[in-house]
Design a protein around this ligand. Structure first.
Ligand code: NAP
Length: 330
């Protein structure tokens, strides 16, 4: 019987995870029963939300189980099929990442539409990353041309998509990122200003970049970034809360000096999960596909090589080791 390898959760992390929380295991490939498909993965996604699934708590996705393989976005090719709708050679997107090969009922795999883009795009701007940016900005925050938008983690996967979508739609964009090189890239993407949050007090820097205030805040970080957005919001500002990576590993709880501005500035704050908008995916594919084809939305990936690199790629998300989308290429 053929062997295959997958990363398992060895123990639940406390605080910042470490490499010892993960274990690379080899097992027999299960036999392919009727209706099932075997896929060899080519690209694996690592994402900050996976940290939440490592805790044994109820959330919008079930927790990972200790001793079981981890899961996540992946793109691969069908190598064997006992299902009529998928044939060897088909490229598919699915959620059985962190492993070399995925064996599952055909319904677990989505054949990627022929759009003439690199396979890795289905984990980036055409995948959940791009959909999160698109729906969070345009639906949750209801951002419109003319708005001043602030987006945190702007040199990351979701943030860099938000910057570009906002520019296509005629908004003024301020992005924050850690360090001068990332900020330079955020500007290259079209942002009107980039704020290096590691260089000094964020409130001051944001208010200098947006002297008349912000209409929209797209939050990927929480903590001091959210507080700076409270401090800088114009009346009736809308905040789309996408993520709060600053809190995922615990640590000191954030203190909000400016939270009372929610009242005086009549700020609306709404959290969202990209799956809230699944019924609108065809519109997302049409618009995002068009922007990519026209060169209005560009992609950048930080690519780590080989299955062995997966946990470190994941850990490096929390120290800013990626610019654009963090991926593992098998
Ligand atoms: P990402 O931004 O590509 O990677 C994480 C980045 O966050 C790092 O590169 C780092 O950039 C920054 N960062 C890490 N720790 C930080 C801290 N303590 N303070 C400030 N910045 C920090 O990851 P992503 O996949 O695009 O995800 C971005 C956010 O969206 C995450 O919060 C994620 O959980 C959320 N998300 C939500 C949904 C949803 O449906 N709601 C879906 C996908 C993602 P710097 O070097 O600039 O610090």
């Amino acid at each position: 019987m053929n062997k295959t390898r997958a990363w398992h959760l060895k123990s639940r992390p406390t605080g910042m995870p470490h490499i010892g929380n993960f274990e690379l295991m080899e097992s027999d490939l299960p036999p392919l029963e009727d209706g099932m498909v075997r896929v060899r993965n080519a690209w694996l996604s690592v994402d900050p939300y996976m940290r939440g699934r490592m805790n044994d708590v109820k959330s919008y996705v079930p927790p990972f189980q200790v001793g079981a393989p981890l899961q996540g976005g992946a793109v691969g090719k069908v190598v064997e099929s006992r299902a009529p709708d998928l044939q060897p050679g088909d490229t598919v997107f699915h959620m059985l990442g962190w492993r070399e090969e995925a064996v599952a009922p055909a319904g677990a795999f989505n054949k990627v539409p022929a759009m003439g883009v690199g396979d890795e795009q289905w984990l980036g701007n055409l995948g959940l990353t791009g959909a999160t940016a698109y729906f969070g900005l345009l639906r949750t925050a209801d951002a419109k041309g003319g708005d001043v938008v602030f987006v945190s983690a702007a040199a990351g996967a979701v943030g860099s998509a938000v910057v570009q979508i906002a520019k296509v739609k005629g908004m003024t964009v301020i992005g924050s990122a850690g360090g001068p090189e990332k900020c330079a890239w955020v500007k290259e993407l079209g942002a009107d200003a980039a704020v290096d949050y590691k260089a000094g007090p964020l409130v001051k820097a944001l208010q200098a970049a947006a002297p008349k205030g912000i209409d929209v805040y797209f939050d990927n970080v929480g903590g001091d970034h959210l507080d700076a957005a409270f401090a800088t919001a114009r009346n009736n500002a809308r905040f789309a809360i996408c993520g709060m990576i600053d809190s995922y590993n615990g640590g000191e709880p954030a203190s909000f000096r400016y939270i009372m501005r929610v009242i005086s500035a009549r700020i609306s704050i709404k959290g969202f999960i990209y799956t809230d908008y699944m019924s609108e995916m065809s519109q997302f594919y049409a618009e995002m596909g068009g922007w990519i084809a026209a060169g209005q939305v560009k992609s950048r990936e930080t690519v780590r090589a080989g299955l062995e690199a997966t946990p470190q790629a994941f850990l490096d998300l929390f120290t800013g080791g990626n610019t654009g989308k963090m991926l593992v290429k098998l």
